[in-house]
Design a protein around this ligand. Structure first.
Ligand SMILES: [Fe+2]
Length: 183
């Protein structure tokens, strides 16, 4: 039977009951991204970059994120565990830790299709798609992604402010417009 979104939700929900939910979700995403064609079919094709909500509850959020080519999302935290499973393109993650005057860089990781990354509750990262194709991922969070209070930091000054999802949407809009214009 073809994979459908309800299967993805059910498998992640089952993982929540495990002793270490984020590791159980990682195992689920490992299996899902191993068959990108089935995943693509289940969640649908990507026309423009953006965030699609597959599931949103108080204890679990599942998003399909399509990073537009050339897009860079400034550093931010989640204050809940997160698991990222790539099934197309590549996202480049840079990590940071808090410092006296904002943030300091703390390494990074390139995530090509097929890779899965687990982020702890206190992780701070920025994400860049430096390829000329969409970077496609499932992002699973151990809470309500949309209502939790969180921080983001300016890319240049590392000044901290409240996470602004409208700003994130504008970044997608701008990146989509640039990508369309580049033909
Ligand atoms: Fe993030």
């Amino acid at each position: 039977m073809a994979l459908v979104v309800e299967d993805i939700i059910a498998r992640c929900r089952a993982a929540l009951a495990e002793h270490t939910p984020q590791l159980a979700v990682r195992d689920v995403l490992d299996e899902l991204v191993a068959d990108p064609a089935a995943l693509d079919q289940a969640v649908g094709p990507v026309e423009v970059g953006g965030i699609s909500v597959l599931h949103n509850a108080g204890d679990l959020t599942i998003l399909r994120v399509a990073w537009t080519p050339g897009m860079a999302l400034n550093p931010h935290d989640h204050r809940m565990w997160a698991v990222i499973g790539m099934y197309g393109g590549q996202e480049d993650n840079a990590f940071y830790r808090r410092a006296a005057d904002g943030l300091e860089p703390a390494g990074g990781r390139e995530l090509p299709a097929g890779d899965v990354l687990v982020l702890g509750d206190d992780a701070i990262h920025s994400v860049t798609n430096s390829r000329r194709e969409f970077a496609l991922a499932l992002h699973v969070y151990g809470g309500d992604f949309f209502t939790a209070s969180r921080s983001e930091w300016d890319f240049e000054t590392f000044t901290e402010g409240p996470r602004d999802l409208d700003r994130t949407r504008r970044l997608f809009d701008e990146a989509n417009a640039r990508w369309r214009a580049s033909g």
